[in-house]
Design a protein. Structure first.
Length: 400
């Protein structure tokens, strides 16, 4: 590991180790020309510098020299060259220092610097080291909104390509309709050390297209076609590396509009429009109906936590339902109430009049029939009484 340059009288030691520390003397004949003391530092990091979010790495700094080791002052600078606070967990007679860093996030990936300083002997040494945090660019819970029958693309930005992660890892996508419901595994996947994606889709009614990942971006996309309320819920992407896990959740909220009755609105008729979302709303959210280019009277707001809002419509026009969260419109859906043509209105009016006449005629017929039936019954009673009376008279004549 050592090589002598006879032209410059220099000694080169490669792959330096702690055991190389000591005093080096250059002698010419029997005379010592110069003596150099070599002070060696060794920095090691836990997990080989490969972490998942919220993990706290430990740095171990060891020193060895010919003279007794000095007391060191150690400073850490992150990948943005900003000083970081660290806790010294252990110090072994100035030979070894163990430091604990903060909980890491994917944005902490990069080259960090350890600065070692001593006044006597004077030491001011920088040691660079790399930290890689495998995770997502969007780790927090994300809410996505969609209307029924549309196409939804769910995406997770994995950062393994940006940080040049050279280890293989696995993952899966899970779905559940409610917070406390049982999760359904939609697919499993693995990414090789070369960055190749392999997917195994489980049999389900959600996935009809294989997930895709960009060649350079590391964005994993899941496409859902003609979504309905059954697609709503929580989608959880989970990565696993060395039996450690990291998760990123996306909540899909659906919206739809129903009309009762369906179809054009006849003159003088009414229609009820119902706007629904797939789950109860948070306290900071509400649904609204408003008529486009309408008045303040053409506005309806849902009650707190209600997952639907209704509006009664008596005139044609364009109505808009929208969801508001923290005074920000998240999604909207239009519904056009069309006015029925004049001939349909006439048909409806004629049908109504005809039905009324029919009902009136049927009533009159029933009354007339009832009266006739009553007269026949009365006549039959009178005839029966008359026959009985004649029969009684005949019997009296025979006795005489």
């Amino acid at each position: 590991r050592s090589e002598m340059d006879w032209n410059t009288k220099s000694l080169m030691v490669s792959d330096l180790r702690l055991s190389d520390a000591g005093s080096y003397s250059c002698e010419y004949g029997s005379h010592s020309v110069v003596t150099i003391s070599l002070h060696v530092f060794e920095l090691t990091i836990s997990s080989n510098g490969l972490f998942l979010p919220n993990e706290s790495p430990q740095l171990s700094i060891m020193q060895k020299s010919y003279n007794p080791p000095p007391d060191l002052r150690i400073s850490l600078f992150n990948n943005h060259n900003i000083i970081e606070t660290s806790a010294v967990l252990e110090r072994v007679t100035h030979h070894k220092y163990i430091l604990k860093l903060k909980q890491l996030q994917p944005t902490d990936s990069g080259t960090w610097r350890c600065r070692i300083h001593s006044d006597s002997p004077f030491i001011d040494q920088n040691i660079d080291f790399n930290l890689k945090v495998l995770g997502f660019q969007n780790p927090a819970l994300e809410r996505k909104y969609a209307v029924v029958e549309s196409t939804v693309i769910l995406s997770w930005h994995l950062n393994f390509k940006e940080i040049k992660w050279k280890e293989g890892f696995t993952g899966q996508l899970l779905w559940k309709q409610k917070e406390n419901a049982t999760s359904l595994i939609l697919f499993n996947f693995n990414v090789t050390a070369q960055g190749k994606l392999n997917v195994v889709i489980n049999r389900n009614q959600f996935m009809n297209e294989e997930p895709k990942m960009g060649d350079t971006s590391g964005v994993l996309e899941v496409k859902l076609h003609k979504v309905s309320f059954r697609h709503a819920g929580q989608y959880q992407m989970q990565l696993e590396y060395n039996r450690r896990y990291v998760q990123s959740k996306t909540e899909l909220l659906m919206m739809k509009v129903l009309a009762n009755p369906v179809g054009p609105l006849a003159r003088g008729a009414k229609m009820t429009l119902t706007c629904q979302v797939s789950s109860p709303l948070q306290p900071n959210a509400h649904l609204c109906w408003e008529r486009v280019n309408g008045t303040q009277m053409d506005f309806v707001k849902s009650k707190q936590h209600d997952a639907q809002v209704e509006v009664n419509v008596s005139t044609a026009g364009l109505w808009k339902c929208y969801l508001v969260e923290d005074n920000i419109r998240k999604i909207s859906l239009n519904y056009t109430v069309e006015e029925a043509p004049v001939w349909i209105t006439h048909v409806v009016i004629g049908a109504s009049i005809g039905a009324s006449v029919l009902v009136l005629g049927f009533t009159c017929l029933c009354i007339t029939t009832g009266m006739k039936w009553h007269r026949r019954r009365q006549r039959a009673k009178r005839m029966a009484l008359a026959r009985q009376h004649l029969l009684e008279n005949k019997m009296c004549q025979c006795k005489q």
